[in-house]
Each structure stands twice: as structure tokens, then as C-alpha cells.
Design a protein around this ligand. Structure first.
Ligand SMILES: Cc1cc2nc3c(=O)[nH]c(=O)nc-3n(C[C@H](O)[C@H](O)[C@H](O)COP(=O)(O)OP(=O)(O)OC[C@H]3O[C@@H](n4cnc5c(N)ncnc54)[C@H](O)[C@@H]3O)c2cc1C
Ligand code: SF4
Ligand code: SF4
Ligand code: SF4
Length: 386
């Protein structure tokens, strides 16, 4: 005797209340149960239509990203929303045709399917580069140009930036910059943790009240918490205004580790002019050659905290900057808060920065990298290495 899928009562096969769905007959005890089921069916069809219009995603994607790596929680949402899926041997399995409607993937609590879920809230996304003659940065020198505009216009008293140590080349040293010359010294990325909060507290204690702070996602989180948490120093005692300029970040490495690696390749840190991580490769540029290595070769030197980090795009910043997405010598910019958006666009209007809207394919690259970072903790290989 069939079971009413709504109230779970047994009902006779020849009941007058039934529906055909997905090639199968469902029997009900009453018109109420049938209506409930039909409404549910309509919702699923509507959902399939709305998702299907955007992108075709099949069960294979759910299997590859969630089921195979073992992150499935066996909640049953996928099976509940599709007739072709059942849970067998403690795993969701495809037992019938998949029309690649994407419903199971989008329903799964373990997938991240929205732009906001991957890179946080943004107002606008840009590709930008400096408008200042002869200024060179890590990418488009946009961070430095925005700070230069802030200092020049008196919008900020100082900027917390990171420069290279004079005694130990490529060792990050956070400073309180109040001049354009100090800003120029800070251009470029140093791929080791910088203790930027020390310099920030020093600026606050010196009586600076409008401070621009540049840091990686985790640096930004520290400032954000100090500002927002009921126990935060900046929230409780020091009423400085802090503009948070976040840097996209996939990894940092121990300073001594980078030194050891560079030496093992027959180079000296003092001869390296710039470093860059791009497309899974670590690039070291000296004045006469560019040496490029697989990022994996530096795995043993990676900061342990970075394995647990899921924030590529400095989601708690007022404005975020990265190299991914845009062409060489351009910076990807995500304007988030009102103040971040305004100062960036004022710097553009004043000629400090040149900008255009980020194109769809450029944003796709940002989202792909953000996704890689969000799901890295799930990765079996990474877990084995922990
Ligand atoms: C450790 C690290 C990892 C990064 N990883 C990625 C990545 O995976 N993908 C990506 O797209 N972008 C990444 N970035 C961001 C990218 O390298 C550029 O910083 C960004 O695109 C801005 O470029 P720009 O030319 O506009 O900045 P510039 O005008 O050159 O200014 C650079 C700013 O970075 C600051 N800075 C340099 N090193 C540090 C540090 N260790 N800690 C805090 N602040 C620092 C300086 O103070 C300076 O203000 C990373 C940056 C860092 C520091
Ligand atoms: S809900 Fe069903 S038909 Fe749609 S993608 Fe998933 S398995 Fe395929
Ligand atoms: S919806 Fe996701 S977590 Fe839930 S059973 Fe299906 S695959 Fe597993
Ligand atoms: S990967 Fe995360 S934890 Fe590591 S330096 Fe970057 S923002 Fe900080």
C-alpha cells in the first residue's frame, strides 16, 4: 500500500487523490495533502527554472566539490529536491537522469553560490591604475595613489603601511607614514606577516585621529574587531577614524623560510627587486633576470595560519585591492563602505587614479580564486598536510 508523502499515512492504491511527478505516481489520503504536494512541486519547478536560466550545473559538480571530498553532511536537501537523487550507502547518489538544472547544487548547505558569499558585500568593482607619473606599485600602484590623495587633501593624518627593513632585506616593517616619500617606500608586496597593528596603536597614541590602515585580510579583521567588538581597544578608549584598505591575500611565508628558499636557488635576498605570486607561481625579479618557481616548492615555509584562512578579498575592509582579475599593471578594486567608495572616486576625479568598471570575465577570475580559498579547508590534500 503506498504511503502519502506528506502525512506519511498508508493509502489505498486506487485513491482518487494522486499526482504524477517525475514519471512517478504519488498517492494521498486527502485533497489537502495533494494540494500541499502540488504546491511543493510547483516551487521546485519554479526554482529549477530560475536557477537554470543562469548557469547549467549538473549533479557531477555537487559530487566533485562536496560529496567526493567528504564535506557532505547528509542533510538530504539534494535528495529532497530531486527525484533523481537518493541517499545510498551514506552518500547522495544519482539514480536517474540529470537535467543539469542546478537545484541540488544550489540547495546544498555546503556550497557557496553567491558573489557576496565569496567576496563579501561590495558597492562597485573596478580595474584601476595610478595616474601619478613614474609611480610603480605591486600592480597598478592604486593603494599608494589613494593614500597620496588622502594625505595631500588632508583627509588622513597618516597611513599605516609596510616597508622593507633596511638591515634585513624583505623583512616587513610596519610604519606610520606621514609623507609622500614614505608612501613611495612602501609600494610593492612583501609576502610575510607584517605586525601592522603595532604601528596603528603607535599612531593612535601619538594623537593621530584620521588614519588610513593598509593590511591583509587578517590584519583588517584585527582592526575591525578592535573597532566593533565591545571589548575592542579602539571601540572603548580611542576614538580614531580608521579607513581600512584591505589587500587580497592567499598566503604568506615565514621570513626566514623565504630567505632559505632564495639562497637554495643561488640568489640573495638583497638582490631581489620584486616578488609576485601569480597563477600558482612565485616570481623573483632581480635587475637582470626573472626566476619563477611552482608555489608548491615553498609549501614548507607557508605560515600555518594561512591554511585556516578563508577570506581572500579582505571582506571587512572599506575598500579592497588585489592583482587577480585585471591585466598586468592594473589593480582590482572592490569598493565596499560609503567612505571607501567616496575617497576612491574622489581620487579618480582628481586624477590620482585612472579607473573603469571591472568586466564580467575579470570578476569571474576573482570569484574563482575566492572560491578556491573558501573551500581550501575542505580539500583532502590540504587536510592531509595539516
Ligand atoms: C602578503 C600578500 C599576499 C597577497 N596575495 C594576493 C593574492 O593572492 N592575490 C591577489 O590578487 N592579490 C594579492 N595581494 C595583493 C597584491 O599583491 C597588491 O598588494 C594589490 O593588488 C595592490 O597593488 P597596488 O599596486 O595597488 O599596491 P601598491 O601601491 O604597491 O601598495 C602596496 C601596499 O601593500 C602594503 N603591504 C606590502 N606588504 C604588506 C604586508 N606583508 N602586510 C601588509 N601590508 C603590506 C604596503 O604597505 C603598501 O601600502 C597580496 C598582498 C600581500 C601583501
Ligand atoms: S537537482 Fe537533479 S536534475 Fe537538477 S542538477 Fe541536481 S541531480 Fe541534476
Ligand atoms: S545537500 Fe549537500 S550536504 Fe546535504 S546531503 Fe546533499 S550533498 Fe550532502
Ligand atoms: S592567508 Fe589569511 S591568515 Fe594568511 S596572511 Fe593572508 S589574510 Fe592573513
Amino acid at each position: 500500500m503506498p504511503v502519502d508523502p506528506i502525512c506519511k499515512r498508508r493509502v489505498p492504491e486506487d485513491t482518487q487523490h494522486f499526482s504524477n511527478y517525475g514519471g512517478k505516481k504519488y498517492c494521498f489520503c486527502s485533497p489537502e495533502c495533494k494540494t500541499k504536494f502540488d504546491d511543493l512541486e510547483k516551487s521546485v519547478i519554479r526554482l529549477k527554472r530560475s536557477i537554470g536560466e543562469k548557469e547549467r550545473i549538473s549533479f557531477g559538480k555537487l559530487r566533485k566539490e562536496i560529496i567526493k571530498p567528504g564535506i557532505c553532511t547528509l542533510c538530504g536537501a539534494c535528495a529532497a529536491s530531486c527525484e533523481s537523487i537518493t541517499i545510498e550507502d551514506s552518500q547522495p547518489k544519482l539514480v536517474d537522469k540529470c537535467t543539469a538544472c542546478g537545484v541540488c547544487y544550489n540547495q546544498c548547505p555546503r556550497t557557496i553560490t553567491t558573489e557576496e558569499g565569496l567576496i563579501g558585500k561590495i558597492r562597485n568593482a573596478y580595474a584601476a591604475r595610478t595616474g601619478i607619473k613614474d609611480l610603480k606599485g605591486q600592480d597598478g600602484a592604486v593603494v599608494t595613489s589613494m593614500l597620496a590623495y588622502g594625505l595631500e587633501e588632508g583627509l588622513i593624518d597618516c597611513a599605516i603601511v609596510t616597508v622593507k627593513s633596511e638591515e634585513e632585506p624583505w623583512k616587513p616593517v610596519p610604519i606610520v607614514a606621514t609623507t609622500y616619500d614614505e608612501l613611495i617606500e612602501s609600494t610593492g608586496s612583501i609576502y610575510s606577516h607584517s605586525m601592522t597593528l603595532e604601528a596603528l596603536m603607535s599612531a593612535v597614541k601619538q594623537g593621530m585621529r584620521s588614519i588610513a590602515f593598509v593590511g591583509t585580510s587578517c590584519n583588517i579583521d584585527a582592526v575591525y574587531k578592535m573597532q566593533k567588538s565591545p571589548y575592542g581597544f579602539l571601540h572603548l578608549f580611542m576614538r580614531a577614524n580608521i579607513l581600512r584598505l584591505g589587500l587580497f591575500c592567499m598566503d604568506t611565508f615565514h621570513y626566514e623560510g623565504i630567505r632559505e628558499f632564495v639562497q637554495s636557488k643561488g640568489m640573495r635576498l638583497e638582490d631581489i627587486e620584486s616578488m609576485k605570486i601569480r597563477k600558482g607561481m612565485f616570481e623573483f625579479q632581480t635587475d637582470d633576470e626573472l626566476k619563477v618557481y611552482e608555489l608548491e616548492e615553498l609549501d614548507q615555509y607557508r605560515s600555518s595560519s594561512c591554511k585556516f584562512c578563508t577570506d581572500l578579498a579582505a571582506e571587512n575592509a572599506d575598500i579592497s585591492f588585489g592583482g587577480v582579475g585585471t591585466p598586468k599593471d592594473w589593480t582590482t578594486v572592490l569598493a565596499r563602505s560609503g567612505i571607501g567608495y567616496e575617497i576612491f572616486n574622489e581620487a579618480v576625479d582628481s586624477g590620482y587614479i585612472e579607473s573603469r568598471l571591472l568586466e564580467e570575465n575579470e570578476m569571474k577570475n576573482v570569484l574563482n580564486l575566492a572560491k578556491m580559498k573558501k573551500t581550501q579547508m575542505y580539500s583532502v590534500i590540504r587536510r592531509q598536510n595539516l
